[in-house]
Design a protein around this ligand. Structure first.
Ligand SMILES: [Zn+2]
Length: 271
């Protein structure tokens, strides 16, 4: 039961950040914020403990370096100075909720305005929330804010940055396959999620997104994944970019078949 609550919490965290963040109207961005800066981030806070604020800045810098490397963005220049990403640290869950309207979320990101918002007591802040949201920002900084990519791709990249990398996702996907709840890659690519979406559907969607992106990065050679992102950045449609960079995946169905085979083999290796 404890495990269930844990995973539900984090799915809600990432669910909120991607699906609703662009529509979140944060109310309290103007007054009485103190700040500290590093090369790539500025952390804004009011009453958050100084140590937490300093740790946030240090960890954000670490995640910044790590994210580009894990995605294979070898010549990625990133950003500096005035383009710093803003990380708003609200005093507590109540202040965050009042401002964002996202009472059940641990953090959120708006990639267009390069803003992350969270609060200190958020469980998993350093291991999940912060690297996840920085993953969103770096992906969008690389491919461009107007690039059109499937939601599963965007969320999968962000989850790949979390300390756990959502390792349990493969088992969840296998279970969904066995129980007939699996969502095809094609259906996932057109699926629209909202606050009213079925919770179980959303949970499987996130498990599949995490598993599939990890498959693309780990099993398909990282340089191919970086090439996929470069093709998207240069204006290719996602399916064309996939074809050009992975060659063997001429269709989303082809990718799905290989991914399922891989999951099946991984399972048999464990037995
Ligand atoms: Zn997310």
């Amino acid at each position: 039961m404890k495990l269930f609550i844990f995973s539900l919490f984090f799915f809600i965290c990432s669910f909120s950040s991607s699906v609703f963040a662009d529509r979140v109207g944060f109310q309290d961005k103007s007054s009485a914020w103190q700040n500290i800066k590093s090369d790539h981030f500025i952390v804004l806070y009011k009453k958050a403990p100084q140590q937490f604020v300093e740790n946030t800045l240090a960890r954000a810098e670490e995640d910044y370096q790590k994210t580009a490397t894990t995605l294979g963005f070898t010549r990625y220049k990133g950003w500096i100075g005035s383009s710093r990403v803003k990380i708003y640290i609200y005093d507590d869950a109540g202040a965050y909720k009042n401002s964002s309207g996202l009472g059940w979320a641990a953090g959120s990101v708006v990639t267009r305005s390069r803003t992350i918002s969270a609060y200190p007591s958020a469980s998993g802040f350093f291991d999940s929330t912060l690297p996840h949201e920085i993953g969103h920002i770096i992906l969008r900084d690389f491919i461009g804010t107007d690039a059109v990519v499937p939601l599963w791709f965007e969320e999968g990249v962000a989850m790949y940055q979390e300390e756990s990398g959502r390792w349990g996702a493969d088992a969840d996907v296998l279970r969904a396959l066995v129980e007939g709840r699996f969502i095809s890659v094609e259906d996932m690519s057109s699926l629209e999620l909202s606050r009213d979406s079925n919770v179980e559907l959303v949970r499987i969607f996130y498990a599949e997104a995490a598993s599939l992106v990890r498959f693309l990065i780990n099993e398909g050679e990282t340089y191919r994944f970086a090439r996929l992102c470069r093709e998207i950045k240069n204006g290719s449609r996602f399916d064309w970019a996939l074809k050009k960079s992975y060659m063997k995946y001429q269709t989303l169905q082809g990718l799905e078949e290989d991914w399922k085979d891989y999951l099946g083999h991984e399972k048999s290796k464990k037995h």
